[in-house]
Design a protein around this ligand. Structure first.
Ligand code: AVJ
Length: 321
Protein backbone atom coordinates (compact mmCIF):
# COMPACT_ATOMS: atom_id res chain seq x y z
CA UNK A 1 0.00 0.00 0.00
CA UNK A 2 2.97 2.30 0.66
CA UNK A 3 4.01 2.34 -2.99
CA UNK A 4 0.44 2.67 -4.23
CA UNK A 5 -0.34 5.58 -1.95
CA UNK A 6 2.93 7.26 -2.95
CA UNK A 7 2.02 6.89 -6.62
CA UNK A 8 -1.48 8.18 -5.95
CA UNK A 9 -0.08 11.16 -4.06
CA UNK A 10 2.34 11.90 -6.88
CA UNK A 11 -0.44 11.65 -9.46
CA UNK A 12 -2.66 13.90 -7.40
CA UNK A 13 0.27 16.29 -6.95
CA UNK A 14 0.89 16.38 -10.70
CA UNK A 15 -2.76 17.04 -11.44
CA UNK A 16 -2.85 19.73 -8.75
CA UNK A 17 0.21 21.49 -10.23
CA UNK A 18 -1.40 21.36 -13.65
CA UNK A 19 -4.63 22.93 -12.37
CA UNK A 20 -2.64 25.65 -10.56
CA UNK A 21 -0.66 26.36 -13.76
CA UNK A 22 -3.82 26.50 -15.85
CA UNK A 23 -5.67 28.77 -13.42
CA UNK A 24 -2.68 31.06 -12.87
CA UNK A 25 -2.12 31.47 -16.62
CA UNK A 26 -5.82 32.17 -17.18
CA UNK A 27 -5.94 34.55 -14.20
CA UNK A 28 -2.90 36.50 -15.38
CA UNK A 29 -4.33 36.71 -18.90
CA UNK A 30 -7.65 38.18 -17.76
CA UNK A 31 -8.48 41.78 -16.89
CA UNK A 32 -8.44 42.53 -14.01
CA UNK A 33 -6.00 39.79 -13.00
CA UNK A 34 -7.24 37.29 -10.43
CA UNK A 35 -6.65 33.81 -9.00
CA UNK A 36 -8.80 31.58 -6.79
CA UNK A 37 -8.04 31.79 -3.04
CA UNK A 38 -8.08 27.98 -2.92
CA UNK A 39 -4.42 28.09 -3.99
CA UNK A 40 -3.46 29.72 -0.68
CA UNK A 41 -3.74 26.40 1.10
CA UNK A 42 -0.60 24.41 0.37
CA UNK A 43 1.15 23.08 3.52
CA UNK A 44 2.97 26.37 4.38
CA UNK A 45 -0.18 28.36 3.50
CA UNK A 46 -2.32 26.21 5.78
CA UNK A 47 0.15 26.81 8.62
CA UNK A 48 -0.01 30.55 7.96
CA UNK A 49 -3.81 30.37 8.01
CA UNK A 50 -3.66 28.59 11.39
CA UNK A 51 -1.51 31.51 12.63
CA UNK A 52 -4.06 34.02 11.24
CA UNK A 53 -6.75 32.32 13.33
CA UNK A 54 -4.69 33.03 16.48
CA UNK A 55 -4.10 36.73 15.69
CA UNK A 56 -5.63 39.28 18.09
CA UNK A 57 -7.10 41.20 15.14
CA UNK A 58 -8.65 38.16 13.43
CA UNK A 59 -11.87 37.70 15.40
CA UNK A 60 -13.86 35.21 13.18
CA UNK A 61 -12.35 31.95 14.46
CA UNK A 62 -12.43 32.96 18.12
CA UNK A 63 -15.97 34.30 17.96
CA UNK A 64 -17.30 31.30 16.04
CA UNK A 65 -15.69 28.87 18.51
CA UNK A 66 -17.30 30.91 21.30
CA UNK A 67 -20.71 30.67 19.61
CA UNK A 68 -20.36 26.92 19.09
CA UNK A 69 -19.46 26.28 22.72
CA UNK A 70 -21.74 28.94 24.24
CA UNK A 71 -24.81 27.65 22.37
CA UNK A 72 -23.80 23.99 22.30
CA UNK A 73 -26.92 22.78 24.12
CA UNK A 74 -29.33 24.72 21.90
CA UNK A 75 -27.48 23.59 18.80
CA UNK A 76 -27.51 19.98 20.02
CA UNK A 77 -31.28 20.24 20.56
CA UNK A 78 -31.71 21.32 16.93
CA UNK A 79 -29.44 18.50 15.77
CA UNK A 80 -31.29 15.83 17.74
CA UNK A 81 -30.18 12.28 18.61
CA UNK A 82 -28.15 9.93 16.43
CA UNK A 83 -27.55 12.54 13.74
CA UNK A 84 -24.98 12.44 10.97
CA UNK A 85 -22.66 15.40 10.31
CA UNK A 86 -21.57 16.22 6.75
CA UNK A 87 -18.76 18.79 6.81
CA UNK A 88 -18.06 20.75 3.62
CA UNK A 89 -14.25 21.07 3.63
CA UNK A 90 -11.99 19.03 5.93
CA UNK A 91 -11.97 22.03 8.17
CA UNK A 92 -10.77 22.60 11.66
CA UNK A 93 -11.23 19.57 13.87
CA UNK A 94 -11.64 21.94 16.82
CA UNK A 95 -14.97 23.16 15.47
CA UNK A 96 -16.54 19.81 14.64
CA UNK A 97 -15.37 18.44 18.00
CA UNK A 98 -17.39 21.13 19.79
CA UNK A 99 -20.40 20.01 17.79
CA UNK A 100 -19.82 16.26 18.30
CA UNK A 101 -19.15 16.72 22.03
CA UNK A 102 -22.52 18.44 22.48
CA UNK A 103 -24.48 15.96 20.38
CA UNK A 104 -26.55 13.02 21.62
CA UNK A 105 -24.88 9.88 20.20
CA UNK A 106 -23.68 11.16 16.80
CA UNK A 107 -23.63 8.18 14.40
CA UNK A 108 -21.54 9.25 11.47
CA UNK A 109 -19.19 12.03 10.36
CA UNK A 110 -18.61 12.61 6.64
CA UNK A 111 -15.93 15.24 5.98
CA UNK A 112 -15.75 16.17 2.29
CA UNK A 113 -12.61 17.73 0.86
CA UNK A 114 -10.76 17.92 -2.46
CA UNK A 115 -7.47 17.06 -0.74
CA UNK A 116 -7.31 13.45 0.44
CA UNK A 117 -4.10 13.84 2.45
CA UNK A 118 -5.48 16.24 5.03
CA UNK A 119 -8.73 14.25 5.22
CA UNK A 120 -7.19 10.88 6.01
CA UNK A 121 -5.12 12.21 8.90
CA UNK A 122 -8.06 14.15 10.36
CA UNK A 123 -10.30 11.07 10.10
CA UNK A 124 -7.79 8.92 12.00
CA UNK A 125 -7.60 11.37 14.89
CA UNK A 126 -11.39 11.51 15.18
CA UNK A 127 -11.77 7.71 15.03
CA UNK A 128 -9.37 7.41 17.95
CA UNK A 129 -11.18 10.03 20.04
CA UNK A 130 -14.78 9.02 19.18
CA UNK A 131 -14.89 5.20 19.23
CA UNK A 132 -18.65 4.98 18.53
CA UNK A 133 -18.48 7.36 15.57
CA UNK A 134 -18.40 6.12 12.00
CA UNK A 135 -15.92 8.44 10.24
CA UNK A 136 -16.17 8.26 6.45
CA UNK A 137 -14.11 10.88 4.60
CA UNK A 138 -15.05 11.65 1.01
CA UNK A 139 -12.59 13.07 -1.51
CA UNK A 140 -14.75 15.34 -3.66
CA UNK A 141 -15.24 18.91 -4.78
CA UNK A 142 -18.08 20.01 -2.53
CA UNK A 143 -18.94 22.94 -4.78
CA UNK A 144 -20.28 20.39 -7.29
CA UNK A 145 -23.28 18.15 -7.00
CA UNK A 146 -22.33 14.96 -5.24
CA UNK A 147 -23.87 11.69 -4.20
CA UNK A 148 -23.68 10.94 -0.49
CA UNK A 149 -24.03 7.45 0.95
CA UNK A 150 -27.59 6.78 2.17
CA UNK A 151 -28.46 7.86 5.69
CA UNK A 152 -28.44 4.83 8.01
CA UNK A 153 -31.80 3.26 8.97
CA UNK A 154 -31.24 3.91 12.65
CA UNK A 155 -29.85 7.42 12.11
CA UNK A 156 -31.46 10.72 13.09
CA UNK A 157 -31.19 13.62 10.67
CA UNK A 158 -28.37 14.59 8.33
CA UNK A 159 -26.82 17.93 9.31
CA UNK A 160 -24.42 19.83 7.07
CA UNK A 161 -21.65 21.86 8.73
CA UNK A 162 -20.00 24.75 6.88
CA UNK A 163 -18.17 26.93 9.43
CA UNK A 164 -15.57 29.69 9.13
CA UNK A 165 -17.51 31.91 6.73
CA UNK A 166 -15.88 30.00 3.89
CA UNK A 167 -19.12 30.84 2.06
CA UNK A 168 -17.71 34.38 1.91
CA UNK A 169 -15.12 33.25 -0.65
CA UNK A 170 -17.90 32.57 -3.17
CA UNK A 171 -19.42 35.20 -5.42
CA UNK A 172 -23.12 35.78 -4.60
CA UNK A 173 -24.08 33.55 -7.56
CA UNK A 174 -21.69 30.80 -6.42
CA UNK A 175 -22.99 31.08 -2.84
CA UNK A 176 -26.56 30.62 -4.06
CA UNK A 177 -25.50 27.66 -6.17
CA UNK A 178 -23.64 26.07 -3.26
CA UNK A 179 -26.62 26.52 -0.94
CA UNK A 180 -28.97 25.02 -3.54
CA UNK A 181 -26.72 21.98 -3.85
CA UNK A 182 -26.47 21.72 -0.03
CA UNK A 183 -30.26 21.99 0.39
CA UNK A 184 -30.62 19.14 -2.06
CA UNK A 185 -28.16 16.74 -0.41
CA UNK A 186 -29.40 17.67 3.08
CA UNK A 187 -33.14 17.53 2.28
CA UNK A 188 -35.07 16.54 5.41
CA UNK A 189 -32.15 17.64 7.58
CA UNK A 190 -30.41 20.99 8.09
CA UNK A 191 -27.29 23.08 7.56
CA UNK A 192 -25.28 24.76 10.35
CA UNK A 193 -23.54 27.65 8.62
CA UNK A 194 -20.99 30.19 9.91
CA UNK A 195 -21.12 33.66 8.31
CA UNK A 196 -19.02 36.74 9.03
CA UNK A 197 -21.09 39.90 9.50
CA UNK A 198 -21.01 43.38 7.98
CA UNK A 199 -19.49 45.73 10.57
CA UNK A 200 -17.33 48.81 11.17
CA UNK A 201 -14.86 48.78 8.24
CA UNK A 202 -12.01 49.61 10.66
CA UNK A 203 -12.56 46.28 12.46
CA UNK A 204 -12.61 44.44 9.12
CA UNK A 205 -9.54 46.30 7.91
CA UNK A 206 -7.56 45.38 11.02
CA UNK A 207 -8.52 41.69 10.70
CA UNK A 208 -6.93 41.51 7.23
CA UNK A 209 -4.00 43.88 7.90
CA UNK A 210 -2.52 42.45 11.11
CA UNK A 211 0.44 44.24 12.64
CA UNK A 212 2.60 41.08 12.63
CA UNK A 213 2.24 40.75 8.85
CA UNK A 214 0.94 37.17 8.95
CA UNK A 215 -1.90 37.92 6.52
CA UNK A 216 0.62 39.61 4.21
CA UNK A 217 2.81 36.49 4.33
CA UNK A 218 -0.28 34.32 3.67
CA UNK A 219 -1.14 36.41 0.61
CA UNK A 220 2.46 36.50 -0.69
CA UNK A 221 2.79 32.74 -0.14
CA UNK A 222 0.79 32.35 -3.34
CA UNK A 223 3.80 33.70 -5.26
CA UNK A 224 6.21 31.57 -3.21
CA UNK A 225 4.12 28.55 -4.19
CA UNK A 226 4.07 29.56 -7.87
CA UNK A 227 7.87 29.95 -7.84
CA UNK A 228 8.38 26.57 -6.19
CA UNK A 229 5.74 24.48 -7.97
CA UNK A 230 5.66 26.12 -11.39
CA UNK A 231 9.18 27.55 -11.66
CA UNK A 232 7.96 31.15 -11.89
CA UNK A 233 10.26 34.03 -10.99
CA UNK A 234 8.05 36.35 -8.95
CA UNK A 235 10.29 38.75 -7.01
CA UNK A 236 8.65 38.75 -3.57
CA UNK A 237 10.16 42.09 -2.65
CA UNK A 238 8.39 43.69 -5.60
CA UNK A 239 4.84 42.74 -4.62
CA UNK A 240 2.89 44.19 -1.69
CA UNK A 241 -0.04 42.83 0.30
CA UNK A 242 -3.21 44.91 -0.01
CA UNK A 243 -6.50 44.24 1.77
CA UNK A 244 -9.42 46.68 1.96
CA UNK A 245 -13.15 46.69 2.50
CA UNK A 246 -15.22 47.26 -0.62
CA UNK A 247 -18.36 48.63 1.05
CA UNK A 248 -20.77 48.66 -1.92
CA UNK A 249 -19.97 44.99 -2.59
CA UNK A 250 -19.84 44.06 1.13
CA UNK A 251 -16.52 42.30 0.82
CA UNK A 252 -12.90 42.38 1.86
CA UNK A 253 -10.67 42.21 -1.19
CA UNK A 254 -7.12 40.96 -1.05
CA UNK A 255 -4.67 41.80 -3.81
CA UNK A 256 -0.96 41.52 -4.55
CA UNK A 257 0.19 44.90 -5.87
CA UNK A 258 3.14 45.30 -8.18
CA UNK A 259 5.50 47.84 -6.57
CA UNK A 260 6.93 48.81 -9.93
CA UNK A 261 6.76 48.00 -13.61
CA UNK A 262 8.15 44.49 -13.98
CA UNK A 263 8.06 41.30 -16.03
CA UNK A 264 7.39 37.85 -14.62
CA UNK A 265 7.93 34.46 -16.25
CA UNK A 266 5.08 32.00 -15.68
CA UNK A 267 5.18 28.56 -17.32
CA UNK A 268 7.35 29.79 -20.17
CA UNK A 269 5.25 32.89 -20.79
CA UNK A 270 6.14 36.47 -19.92
CA UNK A 271 3.65 38.76 -18.17
CA UNK A 272 4.17 42.46 -17.64
CA UNK A 273 2.85 44.22 -14.55
CA UNK A 274 2.44 47.98 -14.55
CA UNK A 275 3.37 49.81 -11.35
CA UNK A 276 0.34 49.51 -9.05
CA UNK A 277 -1.27 46.76 -11.10
CA UNK A 278 -2.77 44.02 -8.96
CA UNK A 279 -3.44 40.32 -8.89
CA UNK A 280 -6.78 39.92 -7.06
CA UNK A 281 -6.29 36.92 -4.75
CA UNK A 282 -9.41 36.78 -2.56
CA UNK A 283 -12.88 38.09 -1.86
CA UNK A 284 -14.30 37.60 1.60
CA UNK A 285 -17.96 38.59 1.53
CA UNK A 286 -19.65 39.83 4.71
CA UNK A 287 -23.34 39.30 5.43
CA UNK A 288 -26.22 40.77 7.38
CA UNK A 289 -28.42 38.33 9.32
CA UNK A 290 -31.37 39.16 7.07
CA UNK A 291 -29.31 39.03 3.90
CA UNK A 292 -28.00 35.58 4.71
CA UNK A 293 -31.43 34.24 5.61
CA UNK A 294 -32.90 35.67 2.39
CA UNK A 295 -30.16 33.96 0.39
CA UNK A 296 -30.82 30.68 2.25
CA UNK A 297 -34.56 30.95 1.55
CA UNK A 298 -33.85 31.58 -2.11
CA UNK A 299 -31.80 28.36 -2.13
CA UNK A 300 -34.65 26.31 -0.66
CA UNK A 301 -33.87 26.42 3.08
CA UNK A 302 -36.21 27.47 5.87
CA UNK A 303 -34.12 29.50 8.33
CA UNK A 304 -34.34 28.50 12.01
CA UNK A 305 -32.46 30.18 14.84
CA UNK A 306 -29.38 32.36 14.23
CA UNK A 307 -26.81 32.89 16.98
CA UNK A 308 -24.53 35.88 17.22
CA UNK A 309 -22.16 37.45 19.78
CA UNK A 310 -23.07 40.65 21.69
CA UNK A 311 -20.85 42.74 19.37
CA UNK A 312 -22.52 41.17 16.29
CA UNK A 313 -19.17 40.23 14.82
CA UNK A 314 -20.04 36.74 13.55
CA UNK A 315 -23.12 34.56 13.07
CA UNK A 316 -24.11 30.90 13.13
CA UNK A 317 -27.26 29.92 11.26
CA UNK A 318 -29.52 26.93 11.59
CA UNK A 319 -31.10 26.36 8.17
CA UNK A 320 -33.69 23.63 7.71
CA UNK A 321 -33.35 21.83 4.39
C1 AVJ B 1 -11.14 31.09 5.36
C2 AVJ B 1 -12.10 32.44 3.68
C3 AVJ B 1 -12.98 32.49 5.87
O1 AVJ B 1 -12.04 35.20 4.43
O2 AVJ B 1 -11.51 35.50 6.50
C4 AVJ B 1 -8.22 35.07 6.35
C5 AVJ B 1 -9.52 33.52 4.74
N1 AVJ B 1 -8.01 35.45 4.24
N2 AVJ B 1 -7.39 36.13 6.18
C6 AVJ B 1 -11.50 34.85 5.47
C7 AVJ B 1 -8.61 34.65 5.12
C8 AVJ B 1 -7.27 36.34 4.92
C9 AVJ B 1 -10.80 33.48 5.51
N3 AVJ B 1 -11.74 32.39 5.09
Amino acid sequence: TGTLSKIQTRLAGGEAAEAFARDLLAGLSSTPRSISPKYFYDAPGSLLFDRICELPEYYPTRVELGLLSGHAREIARQVGPRAEIVEFGAGSLRKVRLLLDAMDRPVRYLPIDISGEHLGAAAQVLRRDYPGLHVQPLVADYTRHMLLPALGEDAGQRVGFFPGSTIGNFTPAEALHFLQMAAQVLRGGALLLGADLVKDPAVLHAAYNDTQGVTAAFNLNLLVRANRELGCNFDLAQFAHSAFYNAPLQRIEMHLVSRRRQQVRVCGRCFEFAEGETLHTENSYKFTLDGLQALARQAGFTPGPAWTDPQKLFSLHWLNA
